[in-house]
Write a protein that binds this ligand. Structure first.
Ligand code: CAA
Length: 259
């Protein structure tokens, strides 16, 4: 698939996906979703030696300022449900991706943009980033998981406040609430996201993928303990487990191969 909105650059095993709709503050339209679906459902799985993915938005002003509101006009209830379900399904592809996906956030991450960031495994915010779920201003609820993931990340008290008031919060507050993993000086977002992915890339890839699955199981299935038991057993069958344990005993750095 030829991407019209996303640009994909592969840099030392890290896929950098940039949403390029700067004039619309990178708002997520249908085409953007189709391209994200293609990358996280297909193409991203075929990149050899992939370490992880960074999602960012073009320009300095916005990560993503929401779903594209211009596509909402005249939606019937049925069409609205379909749009919401499709968005949720595509964000699930990101959340379930087998490699770490990090959002590098400059500027606004609002509505669908905050939801996209929350579907990533980790979030790095520049000091000027702004987060919010302003859908009630439009007479809408969030549609791409905002009412669910925001509560998971920052708790019901503060999540309800943000969802009901449509207030925006800055990067420092997002960090204090646990919405983002780190706040960095403007311009340092990509470097910090890269550093995190490089750190994870030095770990056993199979175990990393299984950790993502187990954590997701808690939220998606209500109980991931059984998944953890399975994952632990499966890891025991890997060469990387033998290597990791041997390296510990021999007091050397493990050399993981992903097998
Ligand atoms: N959809 C479509 N276009 C958008 C957009 C969006 N979500 N957000 C911004 N734009 C467009 C603006 O229409 C404007 O386009 P024009 O130049 O053609 O007029 C351009 O981006 C620049 O935006 P502003 O002039 O508004 O910039 P600003 O600095 O004055 O304000 C802002 C910035 C506060 C982010 C403001 O643009 C804004 O409030 N945007 C909408 C935010 C929002 O409500 N997001 C939630 C969308 S609904 C959703 O996401 C539902 C869901 O969960 C599924």
């Amino acid at each position: 698939m030829q991407y019209e909105i996303l640009t994909l650059e592969i840099n030392n095993g890290i896929a950098i996906l940039t949403i390029n709709r700067e004039k619309a503050l990178n708002a997520l339209n249908r085409q953007t979703f189709s391209e994200l679906e293609h990358f996280f459902g297909e193409a991203g799985h075929d990149i050899p030696d992939l370490k992880g993915v960074i999602i960012t938005g073009a320009g300095e002003k916005a990560f993503v300022a929401g779903a594209d509101i211009t596509e909402f006009a005249g939606l019937s209830p049925k069409e609205g449900m379909a749009l919401s379900k499709r968005g949720q399904d595509i964000l699930y592809l990101i959340e379930r991706f087998h490699k770490p996906v990090v959002a590098a956030i400059k500027g606004f991450a609002l509505g669908g943009g905050c939801e996209l960031a929350m579907a990533c495994h980790l979030r790095i915010a520049g000091e000027k980033a702004r987060f919010g779920q302003p859908e009630v201003n439009l007479g809408l609820t969030p549609g791409y998981g905002g009412t669910q993931r925001l509560v998971q990340y920052i708790g019901k008290t503060k999540a309800l406040e943000l969802l009901l008031t449509a207030d925006m919060i800055g990067a420092e507050e997002a960090y204090r609430l646990g919405l983002v993993n780190a706040v960095v000086a403007p311009g340092e977002e990509m470097a910090k996201a890269t550093e995190l992915i490089e750190k994870i890339a030095a770990k056993a890839p199979y175990a990393v993928a299984k950790v993502i699955e187990c954590v997701n199981a808690f939220y998606e299935e209500g109980d991931g303990f059984w998944k953890e038991v399975d994952a632990f057993g499966e890891c025991c069958a890997t060469e990387d487990f033998k290597e990791g344990a041997a390296a510990f005993v021999e007091k050397r750095k493990a050399n993981f191969t992903g097998k």
